[in-house]
Design a protein around this ligand. Sequence first.
Ligand SMILES: CC(C)(COP(=O)(O)OP(=O)(O)OC[C@H]1O[C@@H](n2cnc3c(N)ncnc32)[C@H](O)[C@@H]1OP(=O)(O)O)[C@@H](O)C(=O)NCCC(=O)NCCS
Length: 151
Amino acid sequence: MKIRKMNIEDIGAVIRIDQTSFSMPWPESSFITEFTNPNARCWVGVDDTNVVIAFVVIWMVLDEAHIATIAVDESHRKKGHSKTIIKTALQSAYLEGARISYLEVRESNQIAINLYLSLGFELVGVRKAYYKNNNENAILMTLTDFGIINQ
Ligand SMILES: CC(C)(COP(=O)(O)OP(=O)(O)OC[C@H]1O[C@@H](n2cnc3c(N)ncnc32)[C@H](O)[C@@H]1OP(=O)(O)O)[C@@H](O)C(=O)NCCC(=O)NCCS
């Protein structure tokens, strides 16, 4: 998988992956808005034929890098792609000055929690009934040691 910045032509593929990955997918307008958001850093992973198979959106605020969303196409999971794209995005954020990364994840999403733990994120709190479609709690996770990311 090759990683590059997301561009407007990628939106169709990104939305397809998003809609098959989340119970509350982003509307198309949200992705389009990110192209004019000065704090957004949007990345895609593409396969050998330049098809988008993964994406991540990071919001930069001062020294914080907030992972807003990440997904890998269902048929390309369990190959290490999410780790690769997150590492690339956070290495870039680190070079821009990020020294902490944080995210919210559904408490039922053990696969994603495992992913973040494997990258050095820690569980730091719970946001009660954060997800409005089913009132599910969010687990708040933070990364303060960018050592693993920069390996
Ligand atoms: C979560 C997601 C991005 C992981 O993508 P992936 O490319 O398949 O993950 P990777 O192959 O890079 O695996 C990274 C780690 O995730 C965890 N993981 C991945 N798949 C797993 C599974 N089926 N069961 C348990 N843990 C799993 C493991 O810790 C793994 O590390 P390891 O291989 O060293 O054990 C992917 O499942 C996805 O897109 N899910 C839907 C969207 C989503 O939930 N996004 C996160 C929102 S917070």
